[in-house]
Ligand binder design. Structure first.
Ligand code: S3P
Length: 161
């Protein structure tokens, strides 16, 4: 199962819970990238820019899908790349969603996430506008997370499948 959705929605926490409940492994493409590159995602953005990061991410998603049979969480912007979206065909993909206010509340002024460094509310609105339809396009199920605990979200994912 593949989890997509915006940063801060809880893909890692919910993904680990789901893996535990399903008795399978959990993997996260952001973690794969950091391990492979030996630097943080934020550093890759600063050093090489977003387009280069998306290329690195596309390769990481391809590898993870080929090698891993459990729960896989993708970075929030992975769906921007059409090749990455095409890689998801034939996989069970779940979109964890949240509204803009929930996103602002959860991520706050988290500067470790390079896309939110300035004016988080406005950037969240733009980001959701640009990506919502892409998450929906690749996913078989949409599970809202607003006001839910990770345990409740994990249960809702299992119900939705
Ligand atoms: C990004 C989301 C991040 C990470 C990078 C870019 C995005 O992943 O890949 O900072 O464009 O939304 P998470 O969704 O795991 O935080």
């Amino acid at each position: 199962m593949v989890l997509v959705g915006p940063m801060g929605v809880g893909k890692s926490t919910v993904g680990a819970l789901l893996a535990e409940r399903l008795g399978c492994g959990y993997r996260d493409t952001d973690e794969d990238i950091v391990a492979e590159q030996g630097r943080t995602v934020a550093d890759i953005f600063v050093d090489e820019g977003e387009p280069a990061f998306r290329g690195i991410e596309k390769r990481a998603v391809g590898r993870a899908l080929a090698e891993h049979d459990g729960v896989l969480a993708l970075g929030g912007g992975s769906v921007l790349d059409p090749d990455t979206r095409a890689l998801l065909a034939g996989h069970t993909v779940v979109y964890l969603s949240m509204d803009v206010e929930e996103a602002v509340k959860r991520t706050g002024l988290n500067t470790a996430r390079p896309l939110l460094a300035v004016n988080p509310r406005r950037q969240w609105r733009d980001l959701m506008e640009a990506r919502r339809h892409l998450y929906t396009e690749v996913a078989q199920a949409v599970v809202p997370t607003d006001g839910r605990t990770p345990e409740e979200v994990a249960a809702a994912v299992l119900d939705a499948l």
